[in-house]
Design a protein around this ligand. Structure first.
Ligand SMILES: Cc1ncc(COP(=O)(O)O)c(C=O)c1O
Length: 422
C-alpha cells in the first residue's frame, strides 16, 4: 500500500482499523486538554477503563465478606490466579499449566535461577547479551557470587559487532558452540530494551538445548508485544512483567513459564511456600510439601488479588482481540511511524537513525538522534508527545496497537518537523 504523510490518509487508516475501537477502552493522559501522543507503552502501558471495576470488585468483596472472600467472593481469592493462566498461556505460546503469575519480574528471575542455574566446577558460565537490562545484570552477578563463582569469569556476554547497533544471531550461536562445555545457562532478554531488537529465540534456544544447556528468557519487552511460542521452542523457563504491553499497572505482577518437562520433578531444587503445595491438601496444613503438578509449584505466597485484578482486566482484552490481530496492527502502525520519520527527514532534514532491525522488531523503534539530542526530546515532551530518552542520545518510540492511532503517528510527525525547524 502506498503510505501518505497526510491527516486524511492517517484517518482513513484509523477508520479501516478493526482494533480502532479499543483506543476508547483506555484512559489517555492529557496535556492542555488534548490527549498526549503516548509512545511509552514499552515502559508503562496505559490504564484500561475496565480495570477499576475489577479492582473495585475485590474492594467491595473485601468490605462485605472479610476473610470469607477467599471462598465466597464471585471470583474467590484463593484460586484467583488460576484465571490468568489460560489467557496468558495463549499470549506466550504455552500450555496453561506451564504458566503462572506471582511476585515481580526480578524476584521471579531469582527464584527461577534457584531451580535452573545449577553451576558446577567447570560448568558454571552464563551466556547473556552485553548491556542486558541492569536489573538482569545485577541478578546474574549476584547469583554467580551466591554460588561462589566470579562474575568476571562466569558471564559470557555476546557483543554487537564493531560499529553495529544490532546483535547477529550467528554470534549467539557461535558463542554457545565455543563455550558449550562450560555453560550452565543461557539467559537473554527476548526483546532488547534499548534497541528494540527481537532475538531469534527459537534458534538460540535450539542451539543451547542441542548441547544440553538450560535456556531462560526475560520477556519484559516481549510479552504482549510479539508472537511467542515458548512451549514449541522448547524454552526451559521465562518470566515477564505485566506493566508494559500488558497494561496491568505500575510495578505490577510478573508471569512465569516453566516448561512442563520440569513439572513433578523432585530432583531440582526450588524455594517453596504454601501456595506451591497441592491445593487439594493445602489447608490441611501438613508439614510435607506436595508440589502442584504444574508451574504453580513455584508459587510461594497466597495471591495478592488486588494486584491481580488489573492484570486479569487487561487479559480479558487480549482474549477479545488475540495476539494475531494485535501483531497485524502493530506491524502496520510501527511501519507507518518509520515512514513518517523518513518523510520528516526528507522534508525538513534531521538525522534519525533507526537502530531497531526492520526484520526483527515489535512495536518499538529506537531512534538514534544525530545532532538534535536532548533539546529535541524536551521539545517533544513540551508539545504533548511522550517518548522516552536513553543515554547517550536515543529516543524510544513504541506505538501500541491497543491504543495508539495512525493519526497519532501523523500528528507526531508534524510536531517533530516544528521541533527541527525551530
Ligand atoms: C528487560 C527488563 N528486565 C527486568 C526488568 C525489571 O523489572 P522489575 O522491576 O519488575 O523487576 C525490566 C523493567 O523494566 C526490564 O525492562
Amino acid at each position: 500500500m502506498q503510505l501518505k504523510n497526510t491527516l486524511a490518509f492517517a484517518k482513513e487508516m484509523d477508520k479501516a482499523d478493526p482494533l480502532g475501537k479499543y483506543r476508547s477502552e483506555f484512559i489517555i493522559p492529557e496535556m492542555n486538554g488534548k490527549p498526549v501522543i503516548y509512545f511509552t507503552g514499552n515502559s508503562l502501558g496505559l490504564q484500561p477503563r475496565r480495570t477499576s471495576n475489577f479492582v473495585n470488585e475485590i474492594m467491595s468483596d473485601w468490605a462485605s465478606l472479610g476473610v470469607e472472600g477467599h471462598f465466597k467472593a464471585d471470583k474467590p481469592w484463593w484460586d484467583y490466579h488460576e484465571r490468568l493462566a489460560a489467557p496468558l498461556a495463549k499470549i506466550v505460546g504455552a500450555k496453561t499449566g506451564e504458566v503462572t503469575v506471582m511476585n515481580t519480574l526480578t524476584v521471579n528471575l531469582h527464584l527461577l535461577m534457584v531451580s535452573f542455574y545449577r553451576p558446577e566446577k567447570g560448568k558454571f558460565k552464563i551466556l547473556c547479551e552485553e548491556k542486558a537490562f541492569p536489573s538482569d545484570q545485577y541478578m546474574l552477578k549476584s547469583q554467580v557470587r551466591f554460588h561462589g563463582f566470579d562474575p568476571e569469569e562466569a558471564l559470557v556476554e555476546v557483543k554487537k559487532r564493531e560499529g553495529e547497533h544490532q546483535w547477529q544471531t550467528e554470534d549467539f550461536l557461535d558463542a554457545i558452540e565455543e563455550h558449550k562445555d562450560e555453560l550452565a545457562l543461557v539467559l537473554i532478554g527476548g526483546v532488547n530494551y534499548y534497541n528494540g531488537q527481537v532475538m531469534d529465540m527459537a534458534a538460540i534456544t535450539r542451539k543451547a538445548r542441542e548441547h544440553g544447556i538450560t535456556v531462560g528468557w526475560d520477556l519484559a519487552h516481549a510479552a504482549g508485544n510479539i508472537d511467542l511460542q515458548l512451549h514449541d521452542w522448547d524454552v526451559d523457563f521465562a518470566a515477564w512483567c505485566s506493566y508494559k504491553y500488558m497494561n496491568s499497572g505500575p510495578g505490577n505482577l510478573s508471569g512465569v513459564f516453566v516448561h512442563e518437562r520440569y513439572h513433578n520433578r523432585t530432583d531440582i531444587p526450588r524455594f517453596e511456600g504454601w501456595w506451591g503445595t497441592k491445593k487439594e491438601t493445602r489447608f490441611l496444613m501438613k508439614p510435607e510439601f506436595e508440589p502442584m503438578p504444574n508451574a504453580e509449584a513455584w508459587q510461594l505466597s497466597n495471591a495478592p488479588v488486588i494486584s491481580m485484578a488489573p492484570y486479569l482486566a487487561s487479559l480479558t482484552m487480549f482474549e477479545e482481540v488475540s495476539m494475531k490481530a494485535l501483531r497485524a496492527k502493530s506491524e502496520k502502525l510501527t511501519g507507518y511511524l518509520e515512514f513518517i520519520l523518513k518523510e520528516v527527514e526528507r522534508e525538513v532534514g534531521g538525522n534519525f537513525e533507526i537502530i531497531t532491525p526492520k526484520n526483527a522488531r515489535g512495536c518499538q523503534l529506537s531512534v538514534l538522534l544525530h545532532g538534535e539530542g536532548k533539546t529535541l526530546f524536551d521539545y517533544l515532551m513540551s508539545q504533548g508527545v511522550v517518548p522516552d530518552w536513553r543515554e547517550p542520545n536515543v529516543i524510544r518510540l513504541a506505538p501500541v496497537p491497543f491504543y495508539n492511532s495512525f493519526e497519532d503517528m501523523f500528528r507526531f510527525g508534524e510536531i517533530l518537523k516544528k521541533g527541527i525547524l525551530k
